[in-house]
Structure formats: C-alpha cells, structure tokens
Design a binder for this molecule. Structure first.
Ligand SMILES: Cc1cc2nc3c(=O)[nH]c(=O)nc-3n(C[C@H](O)[C@H](O)[C@H](O)COP(=O)(O)OP(=O)(O)OC[C@H]3O[C@@H](n4cnc5c(N)ncnc54)[C@H](O)[C@@H]3O)c2cc1C
Length: 303
C-alpha cells in the first residue's frame, strides 16, 4: 500500500511565458526540477515521494501554451496546456479528429478533465495513458522547447522505455501537431477498465484506417496500444497485414495475432498477462471494424 504524505518542501516558480519556463528549467539538473501542469499525476507523485523536486515550475499561468490553432496545411496545432475538457468540446477537434475527442472523453471524470492537460498526459510517460495511442495513430508530432531552441519529433519516438521520454532535463513539451486528415479515414479508441470507478486503463487500443478511393480496401492502417507493453507503442508489423486488402474475418484474425506477438503485457493485480493478450486480440478486431465503418461513412472529412 502506498501512503500519501504531505507535499515535500520545494521552491515554486510561476512563469508567465514559454521563454520564462525555459529559463526556469535551464539551470537545475535532472530530478531537481519538476513541471506542474494540471497536477493530477504530479501532486500524487510528490505525495508518494516518487518525486522530491527542489524546484516546481507551474505552467498554469503560461497562456501561450493553451491553444488550438488551425494550420494553413489543413492540420491542427494544440498547445501542451490545453485541457482534456477543451479537447472534448473544441469544434475544430470534433470536425477533424473525432478519435482524439472520443479518447479524451473517456479519461477520468469531469473534475479531472477540467484540469488535466494533453501535455501532462503525454509527458507523464505512463504506459496506461490514453491519449498517446490515439495521437500516434493520428500521426502526431511534438515540439520540445528549451532555452537552446525547439526541436520536433514524431510522437512514436518519444517513449524509449518504461516511464521515460527522450526529452532532456531542460526541455518541456510545448506543442502537439496533427496532420491534415487523410480522405476516407476514421479512427477509434477502445479501452477496457473497471466500469465502477475512475481506474486506470487495463488495455487500450487505438485503430486508424484510411480506405482506397472506392472505399473497398485498406490503403493504410495504424494501431497503437496502452498498457500492453512497458511503453505505449505502434504495432507496425500488425499494421502491414491488412494493407491493400478488403476487410475479412481471416484478415482481422491475422492482425490481432500479429498485434499480440508485438505486445509484452505485464501481470499486475488488475489483470494477468494472458488475460491482457485476450483483450488485445478482441479489442484490436473490434477497433479496426469500427474505424473501418467510420472511414467508409465519413468519406474523408474526419479521423
Ligand atoms: C482519479 C484519476 C483517474 C485518472 N484516469 C485516467 C485515465 O482514465 N486515463 C489516463 O490516461 N490518465 C488518467 N489519469 C492520469 C492523469 O490524470 C492524466 O495522465 C493527466 O492527463 C495528466 O495531466 P496533468 O496536466 O494533470 O499532468 P501533471 O500531473 O501536472 O504532470 C504529469 C507529469 O508530466 C510532467 N509534465 C506535465 N506537463 C509537461 C510538459 N508540458 N512538458 C514536460 N513535462 C510535463 C510533469 O512534470 C509530471 O511528471 C487519472 C488520474 C487520476 C488521479
């Protein structure tokens, strides 16, 4: 059992701009500094003494990190401090990336979504986090900012191992970029969890499908998983199985089998590894069917 203690003592900084945040995290090293977004994970980490930072840098006052912006190329940019509530209600997200809206709506309850942010959900590097699989299948890129400048990378490359990201100690996640939705594409996120509580995801599957011009065969398939391995990951071998093919039971079975082969689910008190594999197979089949139906019915307007 993990006991929650009082918060440890730390210096608190409340910068008002991205440049000030970069300055505040440029000095101290490694674990000495901690960013605080919505605080729904960070406060618990400190109260469990998993993190005992010397300095906490609050991002709440940095208005320039809270935005949804339509880009000239048809994509959308989202600031790291955008709340899950905004993702659920923003009409620009709903119009183009229904998969993201649907995923955000499944996280926690209203109180949590009012304060928890997209940046915290990604940068927390939890293998059970729900937004990273959905964002990976949408082809998201992320911007890391520091006093030395910015760099962009594919979200697929962000989680090298359990609980870690490739961000350096002086970098924060500042922006998420989503490409213009492909024609005849659609996606869905299915998660299995205890329905009676706001518990963490046991297994989550995001499937995104793009169909050919006639809407008959699979032009592209992307699959990403939560809590099915030490990190959120794309199942790239499974993705290749259906490309160029029509949807059949045999094809779905082959994808599900390949996805299980790429997963490394753990055994915990929530579920053992064998049960998680059953979930991965079942949710993969179901998610692809739903994504396919969405792609076929939407003619390309949404993902
Ligand atoms: C009751 C409960 C239910 C939950 N249910 C779910 C669920 O269903 N699905 C799910 O995915 N999660 C769930 N969570 C976990 C959590 O609420 C989410 O992951 C949330 O999105 C975290 O965002 P935050 O803004 O609160 O991050 P914070 O708690 O502020 O930060 C989380 C971590 O990310 C770091 N960080 C934050 N922002 C940045 C940034 N911009 N750049 C770099 N590092 C940063 C922080 O230093 C910290 O280590 C739940 C939590 C609770 C308490």
């Amino acid at each position: 059992m993990t006991y929650l203690m009082r918060l440890p003592k730390f210096e608190y900084l409340g910068p008002r701009s991205l440049a000030e945040v970069c300055g505040a995290i440029a000095g101290p090293s490694g674990n000495e500094v901690m960013l605080l977004a919505g605080g729904t994970d960070a406060i618990l980490q400190m109260r469990r003494r998993e993190r005992v930072p010397r300095r906490v840098v609050g991002l709440k006052g940095v208005a320039e990190l809270d935005f949804v912006r339509e880009e000239a190329d048809g994509g959308v940019a989202i600031g790291a401090m955008t709340t899950l509530r905004s993702l659920v209600h923003d009409p620009r997200i709903a119009a183009r990336y229904d998969l993201l809206r649907e995923t955000a709506a499944q996280i926690g309850g209203h109180e949590l979504r009012n304060v928890a942010t997209i940046g915290g959900n990604i940068a927390g590097a939890l293998p059970c986090a729900d937004l990273p699989p959905a964002l990976m299948t949408l082809g998201a890129r992320i911007r890391l900012s520091s006093a030395r400048g910015d760099r962009w990378l594919a979200l697929d490359e962000f989680f090298p191992e359990f609980g870690r990201t490739v961000a350096r100690a002086d970098e924060l996640l500042s922006e998420i970029g989503l490409p213009r939705p492909a024609p005849r594409s659609g996606g869905t996120y299915l998660k299995f969890h205890d329905r009676q509580s706001m518990d963490m995801t046991v297994v989550g599957v995001s499937a995104w499908v793009a169909l050919d011009d006639e809407g008959r065969t699979c032009r592209d398939l992307r699959l990403a998983y939560a809590n099915s391995a030490p990190t959120v990951f794309r199942a790239k071998r499974a993705e290749a199985v259906l490309r160029g093919q029509a949807l059949t039971d045999e094809g779905l079975e082959a994808v599900a089998e390949a996805a299980c082969g790429e997963s490394r689910p753990r055994t915990s008190w929530r579920a053992n590894g064998a049960y998680r594999l059953e979930l991965i197979a079942a949710l993969t089949r179901r998610a692809i069917r739903r994504a396919w139906d969405k792609a076929a019915s939407q003619g390309g307007a949404k993902s």
